[in-house]
Design a protein around this ligand. Structure first.
Ligand SMILES: Cc1cc2nc3c(=O)[nH]c(=O)nc-3n(C[C@H](O)[C@H](O)[C@H](O)COP(=O)(O)O)c2cc1C
Length: 444
């Protein structure tokens, strides 16, 4: 059996809305209604039916203008902007569903640890233990500049800061010891002050006295998720993650990453079975294999079109941390001649894109590859279910993170087509048996 997550890749932002963005015809009223809770509530309800562990809500707080030195492409095409704050959406999504966990993104440069610890615990109470925290360091200068930095910190320093950030958040979330809440109405005692401890943290990046001014939530320390696969990213994940999300193109590379991570988790004195890695995938699911192949070919043609190439180059400029304008590089340049030394964003994403592509031009590479791929999962629900099972057999565990345009059509394909097909094969949970996000992650 394996776990399932959904990547709400546009965050609480404008969801699939235009065929010219390659979104297909099933975009409903997203163009006007993306700011309302309904679509996200339908998503949570639908994926509950399919036994998903969680929905990960992406977040980035900026209007990017590194591509061609202008915000034109970002705003004309709605790339990563506009976007609302994801936090208020969390309890609305859990109130509309029964079991699925919701993991909003917390950037370590946007939330001081005390604020994050308190917000995480508050959400844990409001959702009755169904929240997690996706810890990111933020990718681009534009985000950093919105939060008072002149430019973003260097990649590895960001992770050093993130390590300290999670440590402080968890110290604060542990600052009420077991038994601190007495809640004795007859005796008139709410809490025992000897069990509520300041943390007096003074570190390189943060200072926080503590204790937290709220009581522990159902999960105690709120589960942690992260997505970095660089050396620094792995160090953070091995120390703190309950669930990690990762990119891999083959079962072999996924297996190697999982084994490396499990060894690192064990080296930190943790049980590797308490650490669940999810591999990101964009499957193409249609009623028949033939229709799925047609749909995949259509999407491929879109990615090779001017609009598709513009998206990919824009995305790479963002992914470089806003430090490399891929719109200013001659598209006929061979990829090995592109100087990546200035990049300061998502290291592994660009490396993966250029992996084994020597001799090809930038235009050729972006026309037929994208950082997140379908892993060959193209077909009817049953075919995709079988392929997912085979892939996971090769990896050894733990889950997949689905990344599809968020439309009701795609929700139905996954919740009512793929989910039941996976269940018939015994590949996903029949039902939820735990109460919290952590319980569900540890169910198998
Ligand atoms: C599936 C996925 C989701 C991510 N979500 C966010 C996000 O919401 N906000 C953000 O700033 N970065 C996000 N990132 C970026 C990661 O936090 C991290 O910077 C990136 O994976 C590169 O890490 P690395 O440099 O260790 O390879 C995401 C990455 C992946 C692969």
């Amino acid at each position: 059996m394996f776990h399932l997550g959904w990547f709400l890749g546009n965050g609480f932002g404008i969801q699939a809305w235009s065929q010219t963005n390659g979104d297909g015809p099933w975009t409903g009223t997203n163009i006007t209604d993306w700011t309302k809770p309904d679509l996200y509530q339908d998503l949570a309800r639908g994926l509950d039916r399919a036994g998903f562990d969680y929905i990960l809500i992406e977040d980035t707080a900026m209007v990017e203008d590194s591509y061609q030195g202008s915000a034109d492409t970002s705003l004309r095409r709605g790339f990563m902007a506009p976007k609302n704050d994801p936090m208020p959406l969390v309890p609305l999504m859990t109130a509309a569903s029964k079991n699925i966990g919701i993991i909003p993104t917390f950037s370590t440069i946007q939330y001081p640890p005390y604020m994050a610890a308190r917000l995480g615990v508050t959400l844990d109470h409001l959702t009755e233990g169904r929240v997690g925290m996706n810890v990111v360091t933020s990718v681009t200068d534009r985000v950093a500049q919105n939060y008072g930095y002149e430019e973003h910190l260097a990649h590895d320093e960001r992770y050093e800061m993130a390590m300290e950030w999670v440590d402080v958040v968890q110290q604060l979330q542990g600052s009420w010891l077991p038994g601190a809440v007495v809640a004795d109405a007859d005796g008139g005692v709410y809490a025992d002050h000897t069990k509520v401890k300041p943390i007096d943290h003074v570190g390189k990046f943060f200072r926080s006295r503590g204790p937290l001014n709220t009581i522990p939530g159902p999960q105690g320390k709120v589960p942690i998720c992260s997505a970095g696969s660089s050396e620094a990213g792995r160090t953070l994940a091995a120390m703190y993650d309950d669930t990690m999300i990762a990119l891999a193109k083959t079962p072999e590379s996924a297996k190697a990453l999982r084994e490396d991570m499990r060894a690192r988790v064990a080296a930190n004195g943790r049980n590797p079975d308490d650490f669940k890695i999810f591999f990101i995938v964009s499957p193409t699911i249609e009623d028949t294999d033939e229709h799925a192949l047609e749909a995949a070919a259509k999407y491929k043609a879109y990615m090779a079109s001017d609009k598709g190439v513009e998206y990919n180059l824009w995305n790479m400029s963002y992914t470089s941390g806003g430090r490399i304008d891929f719109g200013a590089i001659d598209p006929d340049t061979k990829v090995e001649d592109i100087d990546l030394s200035k990049q300061n964003g998502e290291y592994t994403s660009i490396e993966k894109l250029f992996e084994n592509q020597e001799g090809r031009t930038l235009r050729e590479v972006v026309a037929d590859s994208f950082q997140i791929n379908d892993l060959g999962f193209v077909g009817s629900p049953d075919t995709v279910a079988a392929k997912m099972g085979e892939f996971m057999d090769g990896v050894g565990g733990d889950g997949f993170l689905m990344y599809l345009p968020t439309t009701r059509h795609n929700i139905a394909k996954v919740a009512d087509g793929l989910g039941p097909a996976l269940r018939r094969r015994g590949l996903i949970r029949e039902e939820y048996t735990g109460g919290s996000l952590r319980d569900n992650l540890l169910q198998f």
